[in-house]
Write a new protein. Structure first.
Length: 311
C-alpha cells in the first residue's frame, strides 16, 4: 500500500436498486426462500468515504433521516469493513462517512449499497488487492442484495438473490419513486407472504421450489421497451407489503391514474417504483405525484455498480 493510499480518503459510489420482477419460492427448512429476481441499478447513489483509522466507525449525512440507524458493529457497512479486514489480515481500522440518498428500509437496497461501497473503498484504501470475484464472495456473506450493488447494471438474481447473471438492457428506463413515511422489515414481509399463502392455500397455485424470471421480462429489458416491460412488472412480495401497509394501494392507484405505465412495490417495500415512458413523462409524473402530497424522486437505470470516484 502506498503512502498516498494511507493518507487520502477513498470515495466510492454505489447504487440503489429496483426489483422489476420478483418471484419467491416455497419456505425452506432453514427458514429462507429461494428467489428469482430481475434487478436494475438506478441513479440514486450512496456516497461512501473511507479514511484510515485505528478502529471502525461510521457516521451519516445526506437528505435521508438516519437518526434510527445503528453506528455500532451491527451496522452492515461496519460488518463489511471488519469482514474484509479479517480476510485480508489487516490490523488497522477505517472511519466511514456515508452520505445517504437511498431510503432506509424502503426495499431499494440502501444498506446493501453501503456494504458494497465499503468493500470496494477498504480494498482500495488498504491495498488488499482482492479480485472482483473475491469481493463478490464477501458481499454474498453480508446479504442477498450486496453482490448486486457491487455489480450494478441489470441482472438476474437466483438462490437468495446473490447468484447473479448479467442481463442485457438497451437504452435508459425512467423511474419515479414514491417514498413512504414508514419502513417495512424484510423478514416481516416474507413472514406475511408465508401467512398469505397459508390463508389462500386453496385459491392460489403452490409456490415452486426454484422460481425463474419470466422470459418476457428479459426480452423487454433487452429491447429497451418501457411499454413492454410495464406489462410484466411483478413482485410476489407486493401483496404482503400492501397487507402490512394498506396505504400503498392508494399510492399505486394514484401513480397509474397520473400516467405511469405501471407501478410496483420494489423488493420488500414500501417504496413504490413507477415506470414512465420517457424523460418528459417521468417529469410530468413527478410533478403530479408531488402535487398529490407524495414524496417522490426521479431516477434512471441501469447504472454502474460500486466503484471508486474522484472526490
Amino acid at each position: 500500500m502506498s503512502s498516498g493510499a494511507r493518507d487520502q480518503a477513498v470515495h466510492v459510489r454505489a447504487p440503489g436498486k429496483i426489483n422489476v420482477f420478483m418471484k419467491v419460492g416455497a419456505l425452506q427448512d432453514d427458514g429462507y426462500h429461494d428467489v428469482a429476481t430481475a434487478y436494475q441499478a438506478i441513479s440514486l447513489f450512496e456516497e461512501v468515504s473511507a479514511r484510515p483509522a485505528d478502529d471502525f466507525s461510521v457516521r451519516f449525512s445526506g437528505p435521508i433521516d438516519t437518526r434510527g440507524l445503528a453506528t455500532d458493529g451491527s451496522n452492515l457497512a461496519i460488518k463489511a469493513a471488519r469482514l474484509l479486514a479479517r480476510v485480508a489480515d489487516y490490523r488497522g481500522g477505517v472511519a466511514l462517512e456515508i452520505e445517504k440518498h437511498v431510503p432506509i428500509a424502503g426495499g431499494m437496497g440502501g444498506g446493501s449499497a453501503d456494504a458494497a461501497a465499503t468493500l470496494v473503498a477498504c480494498d482500495h484504501l488498504w491495498g488488499t488487492g482482492l479480485s472482483r470475484d473475491e469481493l463478490h464472495d464477501l458481499a454474498a456473506e453480508l446479504g442477498a442484495d450486496v453482490p448486486f450493488a457491487l455489480m450494478g447494471g441489470t441482472a438476474v438474481g437466483t438462490g437468495r438473490g446473490d447468484q447473479l447473471s448479467p442481463a442485457l438492457a438497451q437504452g435508459t428506463f425512467h423511474w419515479v419513486l414514491a417514498l413512504a413515511d414508514v419502513g417495512l422489515s424484510t423478514p416481516e414481509v416474507y413472514a406475511e407472504l408465508d401467512r398469505h399463502r397459508d390463508r389462500h392455500v386453496h385459491d392460489i397455485a403452490p409456490p415452486v421450489e426454484q422460481p425463474t424470471v419470466d422470459i418476457e421480462v428479459l426480452q423487454a429489458l433487452r429491447a429497451g421497451d418501457p411499454h413492454q416491460l410495464a406489462e410484466y412488472l411483478y413482485n410476489d412480495l407486493q401483496a404482503p407489503a400492501l397487507h402490512l401497509e394498506p396505504s400503498l394501494a392508494a399510492t399505486l392507484e394514484t401513480g397509474e391514474l397520473q400516467g405511469a405505465l405501471a407501478g410496483i412495490v420494489s423488493g420488500s417495500g414500501p417504496t413504490v417504483a413507477f415506470l414512465a415512458a420517457d424523460q418528459d413523462a417521468a417529469l410530468e409524473l413527478q410533478v403530479a405525484l408531488s402535487a398529490s402530497r407524495l414524496t417522490v424522486l426521479r431516477a434512471t437505470g441501469p447504472v454502474h455498480g460500486a466503484r471508486v470516484v474522484a472526490g
